[in-house]
Design a binder for this molecule. Structure first.
Ligand code: GLC
Ligand code: CA
Length: 514
C-alpha cells in the first residue's frame, strides 16, 4: 500500500465544469491549477480527475479515442504535466481516470479491428463471427463495419468492449483469458498505465473495473487475474502508485489488487439509504430529519465488507460523484452537515465531489454528452456571484453547461464569509480528520450504539467517540459503559454528557475524546 494513501482525502474534479482559465466556456487544466490552493485549504490532499483524454465525448470522455493524448479542450500535454507538478508542489497527489473496459468507436484500434483484413487489432475487441450473430444476449445487428460480425458493447453503443477474454469460452470467437490476443490487450493497458505514471500522475480511479473478462465471470475470478497482474507490475515498477476501483465489492476488488474500492450508490443499498433514499415517493434518507430509518441498514452491509478487507485495503465513502444525483437534492444544509460529519470520520478515504462542499444543487437539464439524468450534477462550479458564478468569462451561451441561476444558489465566496456555512463546517471537520491520529491512521471502527427502533447511533475510532442524532427531537442515551469523556473535539448542534447520560440535541453530531 503506497504510504500516501493512508491519510488521503480526495476531491473529485469534473474537468469540464471546474474552472475555465481561457474563456472558452469549458473548464481546463490551467483552471484546476488556479484552484489547487482552494482544494488544499479545504483540507483535501488528493484529487481524482475524470477522463481528460482525446475523445468524441459521447460519454463525457469515458469514450477514449487516444489514451495518450489530452483532450484539446482541457489543454496540452505540457499543461497536464504542469498540473501534476503543481499538485506535488503542494504535497498533494492526483489520480487520473483509467477506462480499461472499452474505448471510443473512433479509437484507431477499433477502426483497425473493424476491417475485414486480419491485423494486429483484429482481436483487440470482441466480435462474433457473423453479422447477424449477437453476443451476450445483446441481439443487435451492428452493420457499420465491413467486418462480418457484431462487436460486444461495454456500456453505450459507442463503447466497444476491449477483449480480455472469456472465463469459460464456448463459441469459436470467444477467447480464453490467456490467449495471446487477450494478453496483448492486458499489455496495452499496462503500457497506458506506465505512460501516465511516467508523466507524473499518482495512480488511477478505474472505470467499470469489474467489467473486463466476459461470460460467467460471476465471482470475477477472470477479471481478478487481470488486476492481479496489473498490481504485480505496479508493485514492482511503481510502488507509490495507487488504484481505486469502481466496483462496489471491496471483498472482491481488494483481493484482486486494488488499494481502495468505492461504496457506490445502487438503489436500495446501504450507501443509497444515507442520503438518496426515496420510498413510495417520499424522502426516507437516513440523514433526512423526518426519516424513520435506522442506521443499521447501512452498517450491516458496510461492516460485513469492511471487516473482510480492513487489513488489506480501504472501503471508501463518497459525498457523490458525476454519476449520481447531488445529495443536496434530498437533504438541506443541516442534514448535509450531519451526513458529511459522518462520512468524513469513517474509515477508508473520503471522496468529496466538487461543489458538494457548498451544497451545489442538482439542476434539471437536457442531456449533455451522454449524461442524461447525470447531467444535472455536472454543472459549473459556483465560485462567486460574478458573471457565470466565476466559472468562466465566456458568454453564458458558450458555457459547457448553464450555471445555477437560482436565487439561493450557493457559492464559495459567500460561504467563506459565513462561519455557519456548509463550507466552513466541511473545512472544520476535514481539519479534524487531518489532525487526529486515529482518523489519519485509519483506526479501527467499532459501532458501539445502534438500534432498529432508534435514530441515534454512536461509533468509535480509537480514542474518538462519535454520536449522531439526525432526528428533530432530543435523544437521551443512558451511560452504557464507555470510557469517560475527556473533551469535545467537534460538534454540529448541541450535545453533552450529563447525569450519567448522553444528551443529543435535535440534528446533532458530536465527536468526543475519551
Ligand atoms: C462509469 C463512469 C460513467 C461512465 C461509464 C462508462 O460508470 O463513472 O460516467 O458513463 O462508466 O464508461
Ligand atoms: Ca477553457
Amino acid at each position: 500500500m503506497p504510504a500516501w494513501i493512508k491519510d488521503a482525502i480526495f476531491y473529485e474534479i469534473y474537468p469540464q465544469s471546474f474552472k475555465d482559465s481561457n474563456g472558452d466556456g469549458i473548464g481546463d487544466f490551467n483552471g484546476i491549477i488556479e484552484k489547487l490552493d482552494y482544494i488544499k485549504e479545504l483540507g483535501c490532499n488528493a484529487i481524482w480527475m475524470n477522463p481528460c483524454y482525446d475523445s468524441p465525448f459521447r460519454d463525457a470522455g469515458y469514450d477514449v479515442r487516444d489514451y495518450k493524448k489530452t483532450a484539446a479542450r482541457y489543454g496540452s500535454m505540457e499543461d497536464i504535466v504542469r498540473l501534476f507538478a503543481e499538485v506535488h508542489k503542494r504535497d498533494m497527489h492526483i489520480l487520473l481516470d483509467l477506462v480499461p473496459g472499452h474505448t471510443s468507436e473512433e479509437h484507431p484500434w477499433f477502426l483497425e479491428s473493424s476491417k475485414v483484413e486480419e491485423n494486429e487489432y483484429t482481436d483487440r475487441y470482441i466480435w462474433t463471427d457473423k453479422w447477424f450473430h449477437g453476443a451476450q444476449g445483446l441481439n443487435y445487428i451492428a452493420g457499420e463495419a465491413p467486418r462480418d460480425g457484431v462487436y460486444v458493447l461495454n456500456y453505450f453503443k459507442c463503447q466497444p468492449a476491449l477483449n480480455y477474454g472469456f472465463l469459460h469460452p464456448e463459441e469459436r470467437w470467444q477467447k480464453g483469458i490467456e490467449d495471446p490476443a487477450c494478453v496483448a490487450t492486458r499489455e496495452a493497458l499496462k503500457d497506458i498505465i506506465r505512460f501516465w505514471l511516467d508523466k507524473g500522475c499518482d495512480g488511477f480511479r478505474v472505470d467499470m473495473a469489474d467489467s473486463l473478462v466476459k461470460k460467467d465471470d460471476e465471482n470475477k475470478s477472470g477479471t481478478s487475474v487481470v488486476w492481479k497482474d496489473i498490481r504485480r507490475m505496479l508493485d514492482e515498477e511503481y510502488p507509490e502508485a495507487a488504484i481505486v476501483s469502481e466496483w462496489n465489492k471491496p471483498q472482491v476488488a481488494i483481493p484482486a489488487g486494488f488499494h481502495m474500492d468505492f461504496f457506490l450508490d445502487w438503489e436500495g443499498n446501504g450507501y443509497n439509504l444515507l442520503m438518496r433514499n426515496v420510498e413510495n415517493g417520499r424522502n426516507n434518507s437516513f440523514f433526512y430529519k423526518d426519516s424513520d430509518r435506522s442506521v443499521l441498514d447501512f452498517f450491516e452491509e458496510y461492516l460485513e465488507k469492511y471487516e473482510q478487507i480492513k487489513q488489506q485495503g480501504h472501503y471508501c465513502l463518497i459525498t457523490g460523484n458525476h454519476d449520481m444525483i447531488r445529495a443536496a437534492y434530498y437533504l438541506d444544509v443541516r442534514e448535509l452537515k450531519l451526513a458529511y460529519a459522518f462520512l468524513f470520520t469513517m474509515p477508508g478515504n473520503p471522496f468529496l465531489y466538487y461543489g458538494d462542499e457548498i451544497g451545489m444543487h442538482y439542476q434539471n437539464l437536457p442531456t449533455k454528452e451522454g449524461g442524461y439524468t447525470r447531467t444535472g450534477s455536472r454543472t459549473p462550479m459556483q465560485w462567486d456571484d460574478t458573471e457565470n458564478c466565476g466559472f468562466s468569462t465566456a458568454s453564458a451561451d458558450k458555457l459547457y453547461l448553464p450555471v445555477d441561476k437560482s436565487e439561493d444558489a450557493p457559492s464559495v465566496a459567500s460561504q467563506e464569509k459565513d462561519k455557519d456555512s456548509l463550507l466552513s463546517m466541511v473545512k472544520e471537520i476535514l481539519a479534524v480528520r487531518n489532525q487526529e491520529a486515529d482518523l489519519r491512521e485509519n483506526a479501527n471502527l467499532e459501532l458501539v450504539y445502534a438500534k432498529r427502533e432508534e435514530r441515534s447511533f454512536a461509533y468509535r475510532r480509537g480514542n474518538l467517540l462519535m454520536f449522531c442524532n439526525p432526528s428533530g427531537e432530543e435523544s437521551v442515551i443512558e451511560d452504557f459503559g464507555l470510557p469517560d469523556i475527556r473533551e469535545k473535539v467537534f460538534a454540529v448542534g448541541e450535545a453533552d454528557f450529563v447525569n450519567g447520560a448522553y444528551r443529543l440535541g435535535e440534528q446533532s453530531f458530536v465527536m468526543w475524546r475519551i
